[in-house]
Each structure stands twice: as structure tokens, then as C-alpha cells.
Design a protein around this ligand. Structure first.
Ligand SMILES: NC(=O)c1ccc[n+]([C@@H]2O[C@H](COP(=O)([O-])OP(=O)(O)OC[C@H]3O[C@@H](n4cnc5c(N)ncnc54)[C@H](OP(=O)(O)O)[C@@H]3O)[C@@H](O)[C@H]2O)c1
Length: 316
């Protein structure tokens, strides 16, 4: 591929930015998730085109985790390669996140929320991504067995060490989030952002009070799987499973999830979107961004075309 020079119009071609809670950080309304589509099995040049397109359109925030791939670690390795090939000159324009908490290496320390696991995982992530620090480090899930104070103090120490600039909390229940906010804030490392699944089919963070807790405490909120892994797009509206789709891989999105009831609901939403002269995906993303306290949505995209459509929801 040709040498990369970022688009000079990347901050003036429409992308809107939201302040993340009460912090100094602005995040683009549309951020890019690396969970699927950036593993070892994906074509590097295609992935590179998606990431170049994202950055060229003002998407500064990239969301990774130690275990993204497959295989686990390969999305971070791809980020390392892109750092070398394209992104290094733009490091200070990028806001890169990673996470630890799901199974990553064998034995008792490659999983969950111990100090040992979080610290070792972040060191591995930095090596794979060829970075000195990440902008944001998340605890990827709540660990009911490790004392919360151990996990939280490890996060404080990670920030103090300079290996991460900010801390994020992902998928923690409300009671644990409250403890985290208090513990971290008392140590001058308030959490920057909460990451949870919020979309037109799954409103749990609204219903469970997570979004309100974030809003009341000046913490940002970022939605993962905002398109319900592709259900809230035109992908499955015919009731069949396209060959190249995520559902065809039957890993996290399985064909049996596409019930007649869900299909009817999706078709109804699509009709509503058409009335508003929008695509279903665009309407679904805009709905999330309209919720009070939402900072950004983390979209996945398996092509530049998809990303191009999704970006519209983050522009004026
Ligand atoms: N914290 C956590 O535990 C957690 C969990 C899950 C995800 N995440 C984060 O959230 C990010 C996004 O999650 P997600 O990938 O599930 O997001 P998503 O945006 O809900 O789904 C992405 C998929 O939807 C389809 N799609 C996207 N735009 C489309 C369009 N315009 N038209 C048609 N189809 C379209 C594509 O499916 P095809 O591949 O079929 O083309 C794409 O791979 C992840 O990458 C990750 O960073 C975090």
C-alpha cells in the first residue's frame, strides 16, 4: 500500500466530539472497535484501509482488548503493525484503549482481576501494540472473587506508573461501579468512562441505573455493540444469513437468535428509519447518541463502506 499521509480535513469534515464526563478528554461520537474484523485471519490491507478511513474522518478513538482476535492478542499485534506502518506520526492524535479481565493465557493469572493479572496483561498489550503507554486501560469485567480494593489499587498504580493515562470500567454491576467511583476518586484517579452494551434492543444500562450513575458522577459512557453486532442494520432484514456475515460464523451472534419475533421487530424499526430517510444503522446509532450522558458509540465494521455509512450518525 502507498505511504500514508492523513487527510488534512480530518477534523473539519463533519465528525462531532463529545466531552467525556467532566474530564478534559473529547471523544468522537463514532469510535472504532477492534473486537472482530482485525484478527490474524483478516486481510491486513483491508483492515488498514478501514483504520485509515476512520482516522481520515476524525475517528481518533480505537478500542482494543488483550483478547481481541482471534486468536487472542492478534488485534493488538495488528495495531502494532499499523503503528509502525501508518500511525506512529499521529500517536498524539490517537486515543487508544485496551482491557484485561477475560481469559488470556493459561493458568491462574491469565484471567479476571488480580493485580498480578492486570499488570502482566498491560505489559503484554504494550509490547504487542508497540506503545509506551495506552490512553485508557479498562477492567474488562467484574471479578466477584478478587477483593475490589485489589483490582482498584492495581488500576491506581497503573496510572501512577505512566503505562495508562486514564482508567475505564467495563460491564461492572451498579453496586461495584459505586465502590469503584469512590475508591478511585479518593485517590485522584477518577474513572474516565464506563463501557456497556446499550442499543435499541438492549437498554440494560438505562434500566439498571448505570448511565444515571455515570452522569451524576461526571463519568463518560461509551456503548459497545451499538448495532447489536449487525442485527440493527440491513444485514439480516430478509430473514437469511449472508455468507460473509458475523452470524455466518456463529460465534457470538448465532443464527438461532434471528427468531421470527426479532425479525418482525427489526423490519418495523427499518420502516421507521426509512420514514425518517435514514438507514436502520444510522437511526440506531443516533438513538444511542441522543441518550443523556452518552459520550460515544463503538462501532464495528467489516468494510470501509459500512464505516462510511455509520460515520454519518456522528456528523452534523
Ligand atoms: N466491553 C466489552 O465487553 C465489549 C463487548 C463487545 C464489544 N466491545 C467493543 O465494542 C466494539 C463494537 O462491537 P460490535 O462489533 O459488536 O459492534 P456493532 O457495531 O454492534 O456490530 C458490528 C457489525 O455490524 C455489522 N455492521 C456494522 N455497520 C454496518 C452497516 N453500516 N451495514 C451493515 N452491517 C453493518 C458488521 O457485521 P458483519 O461483520 O457481518 O459485516 C459489523 O462487524 C467492539 O469492536 C469492541 O471494541 C466491547
Amino acid at each position: 500500500m502507498q505511504h500514508y499521509l492523513a487527510n488534512e480535513q480530518r477534523y473539519t469534515n463533519g465528525m462531532q466530539y463529545n466531552r467525556c464526563g467532566n474530564s478534559g478528554i473529547l471523544l468522537p461520537k463514532i469510535s472504532l472497535g477492534w473486537w472482530h474484523n482485525f484478527g490474524a485471519a483478516n486481510d491486513y490491507d483491508k483492515c488498514r484501509s478501514i483504520v485509515r478511513f476512520a482516522f481520515d474522518h476524525g475517528i481518533t478513538h480505537m478500542d482494543l482488548a488483550n483478547n481481541y482476535g482471534p486468536p487472542p492478542g492478534s488485534a493488538e499485534e495488528m495495531m502494532g503493525r499499523m503503528m509502525q506502518d501508518d500511525l506512529r506520526p499521529y500517536r498524539d492524535e490517537l486515543f487508544i484503549a485496551t482491557k484485561a479481565g477475560y481469559e488470556m493465557w493459561p493458568g491462574p493469572y491469565g484471567n479476571w482481576g488480580s493485580r498480578k493479572s492486570l499488570m502482566a496483561s498491560l505489559d503484554q498489550s504494550l509490547k504487542r501494540m508497540k506503545l509506551d503507554y495506552v490512553d485508557l486501560f479498562y477492567t474488562h469485567r467484574y471479578d466477584p472473587e478478587t477483593p475490589l480494593e485489589e483490582t482498584l489499587q492495581a488500576l491506581v498504580d497503573i496510572v501512577r506508573s505512566g503505562k495508562a493515562l486514564y482508567i475505564g470500567i467495563s460491564r461492572w454491576p451498579l453496586h461495584a461501579l459505586k465502590t469503584a467511583i469512590k475508591y478511585l476518586s479518593e485517590r485522584d484517579v477518577p474513572p474516565l468512562i464506563y463501557q456497556g452494551r446499550l442499543n435499541m434492543l438492549d437498554k440494560a444500562p438505562l434500566e439498571e441505573g448505570i448511565l444515571e450513575e455515570c452522569r451524576n458522577n461526571g463519568i463518560g459512557f461509551i456503548s459497545f455493540s451499538p448495532l447489536a453486532q449487525g442485527l440493527l442494520t440491513d444485514r439480516y432484514l430478509q430473514g437469511s444469513v449472508p455468507q460473509d456475515s458475523r452470524m455466518s460464523q456463529a460465534r457470538f451472534l448465532k443464527p438461532e437468535m434471528l427468531t421470527p419475533e426479532l425479525l418482525a421487530q427489526l423490519q418495523e424499526l427499518n420502516a421507521k428509519a426509512l420514514e425518517q430517510e435514514q438507514s436502520l444503522a444510522e437511526m440506531a446509532l443516533r438513538w444511542i447518541l441522543e441518550q443523556q450522558g452518552v459520550t460515544s458509540v463503538l462501532v464495528g465494521a467489516s468494510s470501509v463502506e459500512q464505516l462510511k455509512k455509520n460515520i454519518k450518525a456522528g456528523c452534523e
